[in-house]
Write a protein that binds this ligand. Structure first.
Ligand SMILES: [Zn+2]
Length: 93
């Protein structure tokens, strides 16, 4: 009974996944800025398809970046506001 129960769970290579997440979070800025290479983009996109936390990080970053740059085009955002948004991004990572 017990062995059957454990067999139901696929072995997850935790260390590998953690390494991938680190790599992906390093790429996040490049991806947002559109500066990632084709290889990096492929790796990144494949990873966020399987990894919810990295996917959410990417969505959050994209959204915040869009908000900040969108505002900057129309009005001058006080520097303090940009700083507080950036600080908030850091907190959530
Ligand atoms: Zn991940």
């Amino acid at each position: 009974m017990e062995s059957k129960f454990t067999e139901a769970y696929p072995k997850t290579p935790d260390a590998t996944r953690e390494e991938e997440c680190l790599r992906v979070s390093d790429m996040l800025d490049l991806m947002i800025d559109g500066e990632a290479s084709t290889d990096e983009q492929q790796y990144f996109n494949k990873h966020i398809e399987e990894c919810v936390s990295c996917f959410e990080n990417h969505q959050k970053q994209k959204l915040l970046k869009g908000l900040v740059s969108g505002h900057l085009k129309r009005v001058i955002v006080p520097h303090s506001l940009v700083q507080s948004i950036k600080a908030r991004i850091q907190e959530t990572l």
